[in-house]
Write a protein that binds this ligand. Structure first.
Ligand code: ZN
Length: 311
C-alpha cells in the first residue's frame, strides 16, 4: 500500500478577507478578515503539516526534501504546486505575476501561473482579467493617467466558472468570490493598482508599477478555452479544465463508488463538497490530501465533489 498524506491548511489574514473559510469549511480562522487557506502547500510562507499516519507532524516541504521518491522523484528545489482557497470579502488589488524567467532573475523564485475554480460567487460578483491596451505605450499612458475603468477587462462570474491565468495576465479577484486556486508554488505578486484604498493611518499599500509594466502581456492574451472535456466515470463525471506545462486541474463529480487511477508523480486532492469514504476513511468538504506516487489507485465512495490537481 502506498502513501496518502492528509494535510492541514495554513490560514492567512488579509485586509480583504472574510469569514467564509470558517462558515463554509469549518476552519479555525484567526480573525474575521481571513482571506486565504493554503490547503496544500510546501512553500516556506505556509508549509502544511501532515496530520495523520507515519509522517504526522512533518510538513509538505520536509516530505519533499526527504522522501522525493514519494513524489515521483520530480526535480526542483521545492514542492512545485500550491493549492489555496480564497475568500475575498472585498476586492483584491489589480495585480500581475512574473513568469519563471523573470522571477528567477529578479526574485530568485518560481514564476506564478495560476488557475481558479469558482466555488461560490455572490450575486453580481465581478472578475478582472486582461486589459484593452494595444501597445505598451498605451498601457503605460493609462496607468499614468489612472484610467483603470477604461483599461481593465471586467466581467461577472458564477459558481462553477474556471479561469486559467498565465503569468503576465493582469487580474483581480473581486469581493464576493470564494475560489479554489491551483498555482505554481510562488508568492511573487506585483500590485499595479489598489483603488487608492487607505489603511487606518491614511497610507496606500505599496505598488510595483514598473515591475507590472515589465511583466504584463500587451496586448492581453486571455482567449479562454471554455469547452472543457468531460469523461464519464463508473458513478460520476470528470471535467478536465486545464492541461498546461505547469499543472493539470480536474473536477470529479462523484455519486457512489469510483476507483481513480494515479499515474502522476503525486495528486493533490481537495474535497470541496459533500461527504464520503476515501480509501476506507470518512472525509468531508474542506479535507485535503496528497496521494503519493506509490499509491497507484484510490477508491472514493459517497456523494462528493473533488478537485484534483497534478503536475
Ligand atoms: Zn494572482
Amino acid at each position: 500500500m502506498g502513501h496518502i498524506l492528509k494535510v492541514q491548511p495554513v490560514l492567512k489574514e488579509k485586509i480583504w478577507g472574510g469569514t467564509k473559510l470558517r462558515d463554509v469549511y469549518g476552519y479555525d480562522i484567526p480573525s474575521d478578515h481571513t482571506g486565504e487557506a493554503w490547503v496544500i502547500s510546501g512553500h516556506k510562507s505556509g508549509d502544511c503539516p501532515i496530520v495523520e499516519g507515519e509522517y504526522k507532524g512533518k510538513t509538505v516541504s520536509w516530505m519533499f526534501e526527504n522522501h522525493r521518491e514519494l513524489f515521483g522523484n520530480v526535480e526542483g528545489d521545492q514542492f512545485p504546486l500550491l493549492v489555496k482557497i480564497i475568500d475575498a470579502k472585498q476586492d483584491l488589488s489589480v495585480q500581475v505575476h512574473p513568469d519563471n524567467e523573470y522571477a528567477k532573475i529578479h526574485e530568485n523564485s518560481l514564476g506564478k501561473t495560476e488557475s481558479w475554480y469558482v466555488l461560490q460567487a455572490d450575486e453580481g460578483t465581478d472578475m478582472v482579467m486582461g486589459h484593452y491596451a494595444k501597445t505598451k505605450e498605451e498601457f503605460i499612458k493609462d496607468i499614468e493617467e489612472d484610467k483603470y475603468d477604461e483599461l481593465l477587462n471586467r466581467f461577472k462570474i458564477h459558481k462553477g466558472d474556471f479561469f486559467y491565468i498565465p503569468a503576465g495576465t493582469l487580474h483581480a479577484i473581486c469581493g464576493g468570490s470564494l475560489i479554489y486556486e491551483a498555482q505554481q508554488s510562488s508568492d511573487i505578486t506585483y500590485r499595479v493598482y489598489d483603488y487608492h484604498r487607505k489603511d487606518a493611518d491614511g497610507n496606500e499599500r505599496q505598488l510595483h508599477v514598473q515591475q507590472s509594466i515589465d511583466v504584463t502581456n500587451v496586448p492581453a492574451d486571455i482567449d479562454q478555452n471554455k469547452e472543457f472535456s468531460q469523461t464519464i466515470l463508473e458513478n460520476g463525471t470528470k471535467t478536465r479544465y486545464v492541461d498546461s506545462e505547469f499543472f493539470k486541474v480536474d473536477r470529479y463529480q462523484l455519486n457512489g463508488k469510483n476507483v481513480i487511477k494515479n499515474d502522476e508523480p503525486f495528486m493533490m486532492v481537495s474535497i470541496i463538497e459533500g461527504t464520503g469514504i476515501f480509501e476506507g476513511n470518512e472525509v468531508k468538504k474542506g479535507d485535503h490530501f496528497v496521494i503519493c506516487s506509490d499509491q497507484k489507485e484510490v477508491t472514493f465512495d459517497g456523494d462528493m465533489e473533488v478537485m484534483i490537481s497534478t503536475l
